[in-house]
Design a protein around this ligand. Sequence first.
Ligand code: LIP
Length: 249
Amino acid sequence: MMMETSGRNTNIETKLSPVDLVTETDKAVEKLVFDELKKKFPDHRFIGEESFTGKVNLTDCPTWIIDPIDGTMNFVHTFPFCCISIGLTVGKEVIFGLIYSPFLNKLYTAKKGQGAYCNGEPIHVRPCDSFKSALLINELGSNRTDEHQKIYFGNLAAIGWQCQGVRSLGSAALNACMLANGYVDAYFEYGLHCWDLAAGSIIIQEAGGTVLDPEGGPFNLMSRRILAASNEKVAREISGLIVGHSSYE
Ligand code: LIP
């Protein structure tokens, strides 16, 4: 469905901001994934980006958290970094993650305690001694408020100059995979949702990486922010450099 319709979307709507897009394909993919999973797991709960009605209630029950197209802006523009992202939580903890990009032909998977894989091959973060030798991913995000703008550019100025380079791919899930695969060393972003983060967070951890809250505490899937790196030292270096934190309480 994604490959047939990328760049050909005629009915593009906006959601929380003018750059937060949704297409008919986002909705159709979510319905397909929900319908198929519900056949196998009728008692499980489901959270999906396109079924979001304003408040996400994550419980201890087994819950599938789905972003049918992560990187919808890329999808609309035919930039090939977009994917399906599916996470499964039990007791509010992510125990399984799957990220599939049909355009890149990459399937990333991870189960708790069983490692991370790309197209069936084990993947690992790469060693990184310090942030000054790191390649970092950071995103503008789709929140375009004045407050977020100030925080975003303040952080970019404070942090971007301290490492070897900053990249933005436009898909939180694939950003996580780039870190897990050892292509970059760190990633942080504010304003995301649990469906952007669920699968990616376990794939990073199972690939040997560290996932934290940007303020240095434990990662919280529902906090709408992430700081991840190939190891805890680099994650804590970045946390110490961040000058402004967007909060979505
Ligand atoms: C997008 C993310 C992207 C982020 C955007 C948006 P969507 O997800 O993956 O990295 O910067 O704010 O949340 O909306 O395309 O599923």
